[in-house]
Every structure is written in C-alpha cells, then in structure tokens.
Ligand binder design. Structure first.
Ligand code: F6P
Length: 341
C-alpha cells in the first residue's frame, strides 16, 4: 500500500509524533508513506514529500509539523475537490491519514461521505473542542504552557498588588482557560460557555481585596463574549474570524481597572501555546493515535477517527466527531469556580 499523511489547520505539539507512529507501523508492514505538503493545499496542488525511515528519524519531540500545514478548504476552491481526488490518484495513493481538528476532519468526513474517499482521521487541536474523543493531542502541552505562565504571573502580581489578566486561546470553547486556571489557581476564569459578567468578575476581585488578598489572576478565553467588544468580520476559508484580533484580554483589563480602581495588566499568550516540544502525555497520546490510524488503514475502516475513551484508544465515525463542538460542561466550570474570589 501507499499511504498519504496530511496535517491541516493550526499546528500543535505532537503532530510529528503521529507522523512517526503512522510511518513506523506502515514501514513494518512493508508499505510506503508519503507526506502531503501543507494540509489540503498539498492535495489540491499535488505537492508531496517522502516519509521514509530517514525523514521520520528524531522527530518525536519536535514541535510543529515536518510536512507543513495550512487552513486550505478544497470545498471553497474552484475545482478544489476534483483536484484533491485527481492528485490522490495520480500519486498512486491507496489511503490518507488526515491529522486535524474540526475543519480538516470536516473536509475528510465530507470527502468520505460524498466520494467514498479512503481516509481515516486523527484528532488534533490545542483547543480540545472535538467531539467523540475525551482529549485531542496538543491540548496537554497548551495547558502546561498556560499554567506555567499563570504561575509566573502570580509572583509578579503579588509583588505589585496588581490584577493580572491572562488571555489564552481556545476559539469558541474554554478548555484551555478552565484547565490552566484550575491548575494555576486562577481567581476568576471567563469562558464562552459561561455567561459571567464583568461586574461579577470584579465582585470576585473586590471580595479578595476585602479579605486582604490584594492581587488577582483572571484567565480569559479569547472567545469570551465581552459586552461592547467590536466583532471581527474577516473570515478564513472555514468561516472563522481571527479571535485574537478582538483583543478581549486588553479590553477586559481596562474595564477591571476602571471599575475596581485596582492596577491591572494583561498578558496575551498567543501562539506560544502552540509552539515547541509536546509534553510526555501528548507524545504518548499522539503515538497511540498514530498507531491506531495505521491499524484503521490496515483494516480498511475508512471514514473513522482514532479517539480516546477513558484510557482506551477506540475508533469513532468522522461524521460524529465533526458534527458539533465539544464544549466545557458545567461540572468542569464548577471545579474551577469553587476557588474564585
Ligand atoms: O485552533 C487552534 C488555534 O490556536 C485557536 O486556539 C486560535 O483561535 C487559532 O488557532 C489561531 O489561528 P492562527 O494560527 O491562524 O492565528
């Protein structure tokens, strides 16, 4: 067999670990593995790269993706889907392993449903917002980085008696904010799923001051709906606005300072959360996902995605995984809010 591997959407730590695992098992089975360059763009344009034993050597701990990525949506390009199918055939590929989030895997699900395209999926994203899996790889690393930042901000907040606002990624879900906030002992966490107002957040900060704690850490997710914030209008090929452009953290910091009178600063973590080496947990998860994806190809179980259920790696349908976003449930927010104020 000749297997293509593609990484699409925003990069995240662990992509190379998946590529390595897919390739290692495939090589052992006597298959050839080919990297598709820059996500779906590579299949639209017919750009490939070999993924032999030499290419995958030493990549396990490396961040990013050695085959590149993009936010290309073939369904938004003239002749895009036809080009994908044509180049796939011309390259002599028998199957594709698509590693991505809701967008990349949404395209995979559609190609499989509409054209019986032989694709299997691997759930990637720092946002952890993909349904049908307990965790995506990349998330643990992002939470680790955000937690470390919160720890560092704590000491400077305390020295200056300041409120520190930390803006984290996560798009329309607050997974990174909630988990790093719990781990870092945040005093308030604001996420898209919970309608906590600025005034309520300020009350939590005031109540800390009232009991002698005159510094606070506020973690805000980039997608939190802040009253009066101008909406971004420019969208990418998947219809997403650039949430970082809204400046929710900066606006929140201004509001908190104005309403409470406490000196406030903002830190926007940005792409630092996606860069660098994956945590051991993400390396292990990515490796298990990669092996499962190669198994699924071996069994010709196309239209399926590797997923984590409890401690087991299982397979679920790509359609189910991409049907809706996995939001932070109330119970998780309650764990975090038990420590507010
Ligand atoms: O989906 C991953 C993610 O990092 C989101 O958390 C964030 O909103 C978005 O990608 C940023 O995208 P870009 O890298 O295109 O700026």
């Amino acid at each position: 067999m000749r297997i293509g591997v593609l990484t699409g959407g925003g990069d995240c730590p662990g992509l190379n670990a998946v590529i390595r695992a897919v390739a290692r098992l495939s090589h052992d089975l006597g298959w050839e593995v080919v990297g598709v360059r820059a996500g779906w763009r590579g299949l639209v344009d017919g750009r490939f790269a070999p993924l032999g034993p030499r290419e995958i050597s030493g990549i396990l701990p490396r961040g990013g993706t050695i085959i590149g990525t993009s936010r290309t949506n073939p369904y938004k390009l003239d002749d895009g889907v036809a080009s994908v199918r044509r180049n796939f055939e011309q390259e002599g590929l028998d199957a594709l392993v698509a590693i991505g989030g809701e967008d990349t895997l949404g395209v995979a699900a559609r190609l499989h449903a509409e054209h019986e395209f032989p694709v299997v999926g691997v759930p990637k994203t720092i946002d952890n917002d993909l349904s049908a899996t307990d965790y995506t790889f990349g998330f643990d690393t992002a939470v680790f980085i955000a937690t470390e930042a919160i720890d560092r901000l704590h000491t400077t907040a305390e020295s200056h008696n300041r409120v520190m606002v930390v803006e984290v990624m996560g798009r329309h879900t607050g997974w990174i904010a909630v988990m790093s906030g719990i781990a870092g002992g945040a005093d308030v966490i604001l996420i898209p799923e919970q309608s906590v107002t600025i005034e309520q957040a300020c009350d939590e900060i005031r109540s800390r001051h009232a009991r002698g704690k005159d510094f606070s850490i506020v973690v805000v997710s980039e997608g939190y709906e802040l009253e009066g914030l101008a909406e971004e209008t420019e969208v990418d090929q998947f219809g997403h606005v650039r949430l970082s452009e809204r400046g929710v953290g900066a606006q929140l910091a201004r509001e908190i300072e104005e309403r409470t009178g406490y000196e406030t600063r903002v830190t926007v973590l940005g792409h630092v959360q996606r860069g660098g080496s994956p945590t051991p947990r993400d390396r292990v998860l990515a490796t298990r996902y990669g092996l499962k994806a190669a198994d699924l190809v071996h069994e010709r179980k196309f239209g399926r995605m590797a997923a984590l259920h409890g401690d087991s790696i299982v397979d679920v349908s790509l359609k189910e995984a991409t049907a809706e976003l996995k939001k932070v449930p109330k119970e998780w927010y309650q764990v975090a809010s038990a420590f507010f104020g």
